[in-house]
Design a protein. Structure first.
Length: 938
């Protein structure tokens, strides 16, 4: 129901069960957590242990980073010679924290460390010639960059000419040509390792760790809270070293003694609270970033270096005010860019490039990130100042923004960044050319343009699994972010109760969810517009993140809903792959169910009529996937009298329900009643409709050639061809006889989710057999098959209709494996399920004579109505016979015993038995099918 969302379920391979069992035993974890770890490719015990218990001692060796071997000796020389050292850093949170970490560490070794942060509006990002000239004039001998410098070739060359040595520490993507620096410390210079995703602060911290091996007065742990803050803020993958740094730093942040951070926590109303990782990214980091984005970043550096509580408080207040201003500017630009983006999306652009005069450069990156979330596409925003433009871009996973800009650099004056974020400078005249080039590049080289629109679901769970234990296990996987996303779960067939809007602008959706009888609290941020579209009369599937919610001192598990869809949406429940979209046409069953929903959503009751009880029951599973149980009300001769009378009363009162009946029951009972004028009728496969003054019928007839007109051929099992083959079966014995390893089946399965998955598995194969029983509806998609085979004898034309209507294309031939003996088996089954007058008369006479066998059966029926003896063979015939005799008043059960009325028993009395009448209809439908197909009767 949300825009641009494609649900993608992470699947596990066949041997995952053994791996999960091993992890559960080794680490004492649940199956849910074990599966989550496996889906993150964490299978090896060491990897799992490192992931679940990240420790500072497991950080990578700093001297393994390219350039570190050259950087440390040069800094040692500067310390020994008491040189003038300047740290040059970026103006965002990563650059700010990098400056503070390196400055504090170096000041333990050498005095007078200066820092320089360029003004983003006058100087832009990275090194610039004017700054280099000024720093040189102030006597700098060693210039160390943090979080920048990798693309500053001309500026480093200038520094060299002016007599300065330059050490570059950076984490951005290197270009084809590198600056002529004394040392370039950048993990991305080594593509052979997976340890190259450090933030700028991570690189600076590793430099400090390397120096600590030479100078014992340096304690790198003292800087961990700053490293954690900047690492989260810079949105780098939270795996490997980054995971350790953030996890360890978070522990330190909770106990920080830094006056600047304590003031920032207090002004953000987080002081004394249980800090969560999201507080870093959404509360603290934006305040640090606000300084460099709207004014100048030095105030943020001063805050983190502050030794005065009063100064720290003043600076924290200043940053908080700047952040509020930033939010207002951001909202305006977002609205403007969003409106323009819609036009480019409609035009078909995969990469959104937009430019406007006066857009504030400092917030373009944030706005671009929000637009990526909204549209699921890479976004580049450019602020124009006359003929020149500067901008920021953000990408989605799967689209390398840096390499894309590198391929289009003829349109750019300057660019830098990495695969998910970049900055650019260009002339106004080049914007259209850049847009066209990026979109052409995306069309030719982007492997999966839908990637940004996907919601990746880790697991389908039930409501009973959503508890505090699940939260505790998920906590072991923190911190979450790029590379280690928070696990998302899907809850199927949930009822939404009392949705309402919350938030200052009523932009959020609050509601209760009920699944399997368990109510749960839920919230959907930014989903307030769905409030009026939700109905308690249908099921929804929800994608959510379980979170802890505390209110008035009470804790509960809340569902933070990311997306929701109607359960029977065929594009949703089991997340089928591309094949389902290629053959997408609406079947008669989808049309029928859409009509039912339309009536119910309009507030009216609907009566759905089927040719038989058996056909009705084939649809019940599908309907149960769409409507809550309280809405489904069967009204026919094969349900209990109490339930039937209750539902008939609701029907007469016009209660909003989906009433399910048969042609027989309508003809003999309902059609003779006074029905509510608001009732609407829908009929499936019903050729003769009884008229009723209060009811008009919407008919859904067969959309395929009548089965009697199809060519049929008797074959042996060995003659079954290749390709995709559908085998219809209604007997377990047949399924056991024909089934082979590798075949798929949905026959007899009561879990509709399993049916979806089974069909998907079958459709992904080029050859194989799929067994089904003709059940339909509930969003089950059509199947593409080469052959349709009757493994068992159908009980009527409608059963073949049910099957053929679910095929993409009608087969030219219907094959049958059954024999005349199987026809006789069906007759025998129907005779036991629905005894005829002669059998009922014999049973009645035995009851009158107190026949021992019958009385023994009755005793079992009274003591245990669900006993196995009642389920098959003579037990089925006896229980069916007792039901009919009870309905016509010849027997009744009172106080644990049976009373038998002694009187004449005439066949005409059976007209009063709804069950008997349904049986006559079932037998008639079967006889008609046998006759129409000219099959030999036994």
């Amino acid at each position: 129901m949300r825009k641009n969302q494609i649900w993608s379920l992470v699947e596990l391979n066949g041997d995952h069960a053994d791996k999960a069992e091993h992890l559960m035993s080794e680490f004492s974890i649940s199956r849910v957590l074990a599966d989550l770890l496996i889906k993150r490719n964490l299978i090896d015990a060491k990897k799992v242990r490192d992931f679940l218990t990240p420790a500072y001692e497991r950080l990578s060796e700093p001297f393994l980073i390219p350039g570190m071997q050259a950087a440390v000796p040069r800094i040692q020389a500067a310390i020994k010679n008491k040189e003038r050292v300047v740290i040059y850093g970026d103006y965002d949170a990563d650059g700010i924290c990098s400056i503070v970490v390196l400055k504090e560490a170096l000041e333990l070794l050498i005095s007078g460390i200066e820092c320089y942060i360029p003004n983003p509006f006058d100087e832009g990002y990275g090194l610039n010639s004017e700054a280099i000239q000024m720093i040189s004039e102030q006597g700098c001998q060693l210039l160390i960059t943090v979080d920048c410098g990798i693309s500053s070739i001309e500026e480093v060359e200038l520094a060299n000419r002016l007599g300065m040595d330059v050490i570059i520490t950076d984490h951005h993507q290197p270009g084809g040509v590198l600056p002529e620096a004394v040392a370039i410390v950048n993990p991305k210079l080594d593509d052979s390792t997976d340890k190259n995703d450090l933030a700028g602060v991570g690189v600076a911290f590793q430099l400090v760790r390397a120096l600590a091996q030479c100078y014992e007065m340096i304690n790198p742990r003292e800087y961990l809270e700053l490293v954690a803050l900047a690492t989260v803020a810079d949105i780098v993958p939270l795996v490997g070293d980054n995971r350790i740094l953030v996890r360890e730093g978070m522990l330190q942040l909770k106990e920080t003694n830094r006056l600047g951070l304590k003031a920032l926590l207090e002004i953000a109303k987080l002081s004394g609270k249980d800090l969560q990782y999201w507080h870093i990214g959404y509360v603290l980091a934006p305040r640090l970033n606000a300084a460099g984005r709207l004014a100048e970043a030095r105030s943020a550096v001063e805050l983190l270096l502050s030794r005065s509580e009063m100064e720290a408080r003043s600076l924290a207040e200043k940053l908080s005010i700047l952040n509020s201003t930033r939010q207002g500017i951001e909202r305006v630009i977002y609205d403007e860019a969003c409106n323009e983006a819609m036009g480019w999306v409609e035009q078909g652009d995969s990469v959104l490039v937009m430019a406007r005069e006066g857009w504030h450069q400092g917030v373009l990156g944030i706005v671009a990130s929000r637009l990526v979330e909204t549209f699921g596409r890479p976004v580049l925003l450019v602020s124009l100042d006359g003929e020149q433009g500067k901008g920021s871009g953000r990408a989605v996973p799967g689209f390398n923004l840096f390499k894309s800009l590198q391929a289009c650099q003829q349109y750019l004056s300057k660019f830098g960044g990495h695969k998910l974020a970049a900055g650019v400078a260009l002339h106004k005249s080049q914007i259209d050319s850049l847009r066209e080039a990026l979109n052409e590049l995306a069309a030719n080289a982007w492997d999966d343009p839908d990637e940004g629109q996907k919601i990746t679901i880790d697991s389908v769970i039930n409501s009973k699994q959503v508890d505090f234990q699940l939260l505790r296990e998920i906590e072991q996987m923190e911190p979450f972010g790029l590379g280690n996303p928070s696990p998302l779960f899907m809850l199927r067939q949930a009822t939404i109760i009392k949705p309402w809007r919350v938030g200052k602008k009523q932009e959020h959706l609050k509601f209760s969810v009920e699944s399997d009888g368990k109510p749960m609290d839920a919230i959907g941020f930014g989903m307030g517009d769905l409030t009026d579209l939700l109905s308690a009369n249908q099921f929804y599937d929800l994608v959510f993140e379980p979170v802890l919610n505390s209110f008035k001192g009470k804790d509960n598990v809340q569902l933070k809903v990311c997306d929701l869809k109607i359960s029977d949406d065929p594009f949703n429940p089991t997340l089928f792959n591309d094949y389902r979209n290629s053959k997408r046409t609406q079947s008669v069953f989808e049309s029928l169910e859409s009509s039912i929903k339309k009536v119910i959503n309009n507030g009216n009751p609907v009566l759905v009529m089927y040719p038989s009880v058996r056909c009705l029951n084939k649809h019940l599973l599908g309907l149960s996937n769409i409507f809550p149980p309280r809405l489904l009300a069967p009204v026919h001769g094969c349900i209990g009298e109490i339930e039937r009378n209750r539902n008939i009363e609701a029907l007469r009162n016009g209660n909003r329900r989906v009433f399910l009946t048969t042609s027989c029951f309508f003809r003999t009972k309902l059609g003779k009643m006074n029905l509510n004028s608001g009732l609407e009728g829908i009929a499936l496969w019903s050729e003769d409709l009884s008229s009723h003054e209060a009811l008009s019928w919407q008919r859904f007839d067969r959309e395929v050639i009548s089965p009697v007109l199809l060519q049929e051929k008797q074959i042996d099992y060995e003659e079954i061809g290749s390709g995709r083959r559908i085998i219809y079966t209604n007997r377990k014995a047949t399924l056991r006889r024909l089934y082979k390893p590798g075949y798929t089946t949905e026959a007899g399965i009561e879990d509709i989710g399993y049916r979806f998955r089974s069909r998907e598995e079958f459709m992904l194969k080029e050859t194989g057999c799929h067994f089904w029983d003709g059940a339909f509806g509930g969003g089950l998609p059509r199947i593409e098959a080469n052959e349709f085979i009757l493994g068992d004898v159908p009980f009527g034309n409608y059963e073949i209709d049910n099957c053929l209507a679910q095929l993409v294309e009608l087969p030219s031939m219907v094959y049958r494996l059954f024999s005349d003996k199987d026809i006789e088996w069906n007759r025998g089954f129907l005779s036991q399920l629905f005894p005829d007058y002669e059998a009922l008369l014999v049973l009645y006479q035995k009851l009158l004579s107190r026949d021992k066998a019958v009385c023994s059966f009755l005793d079992k029926a009274i003591s245990n109505p669900k006993a196995d003896a009642l389920q098959g063979g003579s037990g089925l015939a006896l229980s069916s016979g007792l039901r009919v005799l009870s309905e016509i008043g010849l027997i009744r059960k009172t106080n644990g015993s049976w009373e038998v009325k002694s009187c004449d028993f005439y066949v005409s009395e059976l007209a009063e038995s709804p069950y008997y009448q349904e049986g006559l209809e079932e037998k008639s439908l079967f006889d008609n099918w046998v006759t129409m197909h000219s099959l030999k009767e036994c």
